[in-house]
Design a protein around this ligand. Structure first.
Ligand code: SF4
Length: 231
């Protein structure tokens, strides 16, 4: 069965295909089977398929699939862990209190959240009670994220929190230890940063506090984007 699904999936895997020619029925519902790199011709097609996804058990409890928001040509791609309650209800990532804080952080260095960033999550469906997604769920969903990165082709990837860092880069260190460090992954420049939810729980702005450190990090990100885009 698995081999059959895989060969069917490959049969529809033309990276340059018109969206109407992508055979959604051929995409494996078994989350253990990978999503073939290059399968989606564009983000709209990815979104259409992702919203109907049944690749892992999170499909049973979600309200909406939370694919992304922001610009499909953004220089900065921001990755969170997974949707929370408000994200699940609205179908958009980072729209709760964490999202509002993230917007403030981005706006503080004059990033336009409609133009300069593309925001998505490691898993596109809400884990019940906001628990950390399991390895099985992360692996089932990872192909969408890899395709989002390929299609957006950002200059910089920001990983908010330890789960995003571990799930994409395989780095298991605590976020406090590695935040603000530039890392290279698949030829792309990445930086782990605090998750905004962590900053909400740590309100101090004193020098050395998480909020103060985030301010240093976002300024470094802004400077790097300007350096890379000549902007
Ligand atoms: S979390 Fe990802 S893999 Fe699982 S059902 Fe949702 S979109 Fe599909």
């Amino acid at each position: 069965m698995a081999d059959e699904q895989f060969s069917l999936f490959n049969a529809g895997g033309d990276p340059g295909a018109d969206p109407s020619s992508v055979n959604f029925d051929a995409i494996p519902t078994d989350g253990a089977l990978p999503i073939v790199p290059g399968i989606y011709p564009d983000l709209a097609t990815l979104g259409t398929h992702c919203r109907g996804c049944q690749r892992c058990s999170l499909a049973a409890t979600r309200t909406n699939v939370v694919v992304s928001r922001g610009s499909p040509t953004a220089p900065v791609l921001i990755i969170g862990e997974g949707p929370g309650q408000q994200e699940d209800e609205q179908g958009l990532p980072f729209v709760g209190k964490s999202g509002q804080l993230l917007e403030k952080i981005l706006e503080s260095v004059r990033f336009d959240t409609e133009k300069d960033v593309y925001i998505c999550n490691i898993v596109k469906c809400r884990p019940p009670e906001n628990r950390v997604p399991t390895a099985v769920e992360v692996n089932a969903c990872k192909g969408y994220l890899l395709e989002q990165i390929r299609l957006v082709d950002p200059k910089i990837i920001l990983l908010t929190g330890a789960t995003a860092l571990k799930s994409l880069l395989g780095v298991k260190q605590g976020i406090s230890k590695v935040r603000g460090q530039w890392m290279e992954w698949e030829g792309r420049l990445c930086m782990p940063i605090f998750h905004p939810a962590y900053l909400l729980r740590n309100q101090s702005r004193d020098k050395g506090s998480p909020k103060w450190l985030m301010w240093q990090d976002i300024q470094a990100v802004k400077a790097k984007v300007e350096e890379l885009t000549g902007g």
